[in-house]
Structure formats: structure tokens, C-alpha cells
Design a protein around this ligand. Sequence first.
Ligand SMILES: [Mn+2]
Length: 275
Amino acid sequence: MRDDDRDNDAAATRRYRALFISDIHLGTKACQAHALLDFLRHHDADRIFLIGDIVDFWRIRRGVYWPQAHNDVLQKLLRKARKGTELVLIPGNHDEVLREYCGVQFGGIAIARNLVHTGADGRRYLVIHGDEFDVVVRYAKWLALAGDWSYTLALWANTHVNAVRRLFGMPYWSLSDYLKQRVKRAVNYIGEFETALASEARRHGAQGVICGHIHHAAMRQVGEVLYINTGDWVESCTAVAETDAGVFEIIRWCHPHRGQSVPPEASVKALEAAA
Ligand SMILES: [Mn+2]
């Protein structure tokens, strides 16, 4: 049985007014494409918002990684569009090449830089990826890329640098202290990100904001703005759904085929949870 044939299994599919998905990072080994396929099989919506970093063009530039499951995800989404789902794509920083096509509509997909979604209850939600508010990414892309490597570098340094430091009678350099500092910064960073996004929502006359980018699913009130982050399909496998009543919920999708690879950020997040 082909994956798509299971669409007919309507009893197992939950229908929502809208689904919000971001940070899939197709084209990377860390992408949980099988889990997402399974999620898409069990969930449908009148509108699906793809809120950035859907295809990771940064990684693809370093060499193509494109297994069948990644193709299946795109096919599955296009199939939903053919069957009447309105697809909205908001490019992120890893797929910013698509930003050239903002305002364009093709194959049942509308591409926009950001937009305001009106909830079932009439409340307005700014839908945006969020990297615009990430100063590091915006002003120094190479710094952001270096960030991916800092943990790997720290691990290497812990083993090798200390051997050299010992030779020179220098004190031990602690990896865990380094990570704790990094986590503290990460926590501050998330708070600042939420505040920035909430004020951007106010600027658009919206009562809420729905974004992605920081791979950290959340739903909380920031002042008078409801801040919603869809999380990611790299490690947490989360999406946000709006019911017909205009209620938003975070869905965490567990799937037996989830890959075992854990990116370095996951270890930092585990520390963060323990902190
Ligand atoms: Mn991003």
C-alpha cells in the first residue's frame, strides 16, 4: 500500500480549521520526515500554513541529501492542496531563496512574506517565521552557521585543549560551565524573541502571533498578545492547530519511525530543561 492510499482512512484523520507547521528542514538528516508524513496522514485542515524553513537550502548547498521520505512530504502537501486545502507558504531564513516569489500564487500555494490570519472568533494573528528578529541571523549569517559548530568545537576543545592547558599548568576548562552559560543565554534569547514578536503583532493590529524559527513550541500570553510558536520537525515534532471554535492547540506527534539522530542543540535543550 502506498502512503497516499491511506488518505482514504478518514476515520483516523482529524480535521481542523487551520494547521501551522514550521521548521521542517527537508534536505537535512535531522529532519523527521517519517513522523511528519504520519502526522499529515492523521491531520487535515481547510488551510495549512507552512511557516518557514520547510526546505533547508543552506544544507543542500553543501551537498544534496534528499531521501524518498522528503519527497513524500512535499507530495503529501501538494496532494492536500489539490483536494482543496489552501496552502500558504511563508519562507524562512533557510529557504529565503523563495522570498523572491512572495505575492506569487502557483499550484494552489500562496507565497507570502507574512500575513494576518483571522481566527474563527475574529481575533487577528500575525503569521511570520521570525528570523527577522534574530539579529545574529539577520546581520551575520556566517555567525549563525558558526553557531551550529560551537558545541562540536566545545566537545573537541574539552578533550584536547585541557591536555595542552595541563602542560602549561593552567586550570581545567569546563565544558559543562561553558554549556550552562550558553543555556542561560538561550533562555534570555527566547524571552527577547517572544517580546519582539509580540510587539510586531501589536504593530500589525493583531491580538496574537504565530511563528517558528527558534524550534521551541510554546503558547503563552506576552502582555496582551498571545504568543504561539509551532516548534519544529527536527527534534520536537510539533504543530499548532486551530479548531473550528477558534481554539489553538499544540500537537506533539510521536511516531515509531522517528529517527534516532540527536542534533547537538537537543543536548543543550536537555540541559536547559534540567536547569
Ligand atoms: Mn529559521
